[in-house]
Ligand binder design. Structure first.
Ligand code: NAP
Length: 267
């Protein structure tokens, strides 16, 4: 989806640049990154599975990318490559648009992959009361928990077990799906991490998955009467932050959102 929303922004502002999607196998990553030093390249976005592997190939990292341990945006500054991570910013903009104040909140994070790292760190610095991280591979959740251990007072890891999640979810104000469950064209397309009866009406249910717009998790949350936020807002705003880093210009978020919505309607 990034080529669609970024190209819409470039065209809208009359910037003569192309945003291209490059499928890159792990063994081709170093060569592709080297090519980003060319004078006519503004930079790049980085996605799964390269967000961590790309870090040692860059000249420097901003503090946030270093802390998250992943890069989603590379900027070419006169042949020097700088790594940034704008996922946490995009996530927080989604919270703001949902009218949700994270301070004092009890959060349940489902998943512990690259996206969950950005989300958990952004929440950790937002004065939340507690964070519970549930993941299929518990070791990954434990590692993430260690990394934020000094920032948040109440932290715990949970297995991705329906009964455990159901009990935890009932006392939460914010539930974020950072797994790929519910993603269109995946084997887990129809799966939800939680069912309606386990989602409190008072919580905000936030799904990072943006295709489809109405994920199984969001459908269950709506059934429960909870407020919902889909992943497209985060995608647009992490892209807005990246656009500013590449071009120095404010990106037209509304134009990007409209382009994203119409592209998703056609998938
Ligand atoms: P990732 O690093 O590959 O992590 C995937 C996560 O999903 C891991 O926690 C993994 O658990 C879990 N998972 C995968 N299949 C599962 C299954 N069958 N049952 C239970 N858990 C499962 O990917 P990521 O970068 O974190 O991305 C995660 C999701 O967020 C994707 O859908 C991606 O599209 C979305 N995303 C959205 C935005 C946005 O701007 N809206 C930005 C980034 C990512 P294990 O650790 O056990 O494998």
């Amino acid at each position: 989806m990034s080529p669609v929303i970024q190209q819409a922004a470039l065209d809208h502002l009359g910037i003569d640049a192309r945003y291209e999607a490059w499928p890159v196998p792990p063994e081709g990553l170093a060569g592709k990154v080297e090519g980003l030093r060319a004078p006519d390249v503004l930079g790049a976005s980085v996605t799964v599975p390269h967000k961590e592997a790309v870090m040692p190939l860059l000249d420097s990292l901003d503090d946030w990318a270093r802390e998250v341990g992943a890069v989603n945006t590379i900027v070419n500054r006169d042949g020097k490559l700088v790594g940034h991570n704008t996922d946490g910013y995009g996530f927080m903009q989604g919270l703001r648009e949902a009218g949700f104040d994270p301070s004092g909140a009890r959060a349940l994070i489902l998943g512990a992959g690259g996206a969950a790292r950005g989300v958990v760190l952004a929440l950790a610095y937002s004065d939340v009361n507690s964070i519970a991280i549930a993941n299929r591979t518990i070791k990954r959740a434990e590692r993430l928990l260690r990394d934020v251990g000094l920032i948040v007072p109440h932290l715990k890891c949970l297995p991705m077990d329906a009964t455990v999640l159901a009990a935890e979810a009932l006392s939460c104000d914010l539930i974020v799906n950072c797994t790929s469950l519910g993603m269109k064209h995946s084997p887990q397309e129809n799966e939800t991490p939680l069912r309606a009866e386990h989602i409190p009406q008072s919580c905000l249910a936030y799904d990072l998955v943006y295709n489809p717009l109405q994920t199984p998790f969001l459908r269950e949350a709506k059934k429960a009467g909870a407020r919902t936020m889909g992943g497209l807002t985060m995608l647009v705003h992490q892209g807005v932050a990246a656009f500013k880093l590449w071009t120095g210009r404010d990106a037209p978020a509304d134009v990007m959102m409209k382009a994203g919505l119409s592209a998703l309607a056609g998938t």
